[in-house]
Write a protein that binds this ligand. Sequence first.
Ligand code: SF4
Ligand code: SF4
Length: 171
Amino acid sequence: MIFDMLKGFAVTFRYIFRPKPTLEWPEEPHKIPARFRGRHFLARYSGGQERCVACYLCQKVCPARAITIESEERPDGTRYPTRYDINMIRCIFCGFCEDACPEDAIILGSTLEFPTLSRAQMIYTKKMLLDLAPSGFDGKQPPEKDSHSPHPYQKYQVELDAIRNGKDIKR
Ligand code: SF4
Ligand code: SF4
């Protein structure tokens, strides 16, 4: 029995002087991994035009059926979503929508914490998703600064673009 107690004390002393892995949240923010998939946003081109062309691929691929899209055609024949909702309660943040999007329009950002007081507030509308896009983000080049800093997606996007262009990425 004494031996068991000494073994227990040895474990305690072994860890007592080691750095603590726990964070003093919320004062100490989470360290977000480079490829973290957080809250979505809808991107625009640098000229302000919405990137989404209402092709419905993201809605089709979503395993949680979290995306609802309705669309219309402009006089010039291009399509755009009149409604683009994401139910963040249903969403499992798998990133399939982002991968499926041919226009780099729907992006999973790095925002981890977005609590609300009601379920209704977890339905993100098209306007909300467009407003969440970091300022200056046009889907191709990362902006100098954004409101979601740190924004690891930007590094990921640069790598993705390089891979698409056939460049070798050193990790
Ligand atoms: S991240 Fe996955 S679950 Fe969430 S909306 Fe996109 S496809 Fe659906
Ligand atoms: S976000 Fe992308 S995949 Fe979804 S409807 Fe718009 S263009 Fe298509």
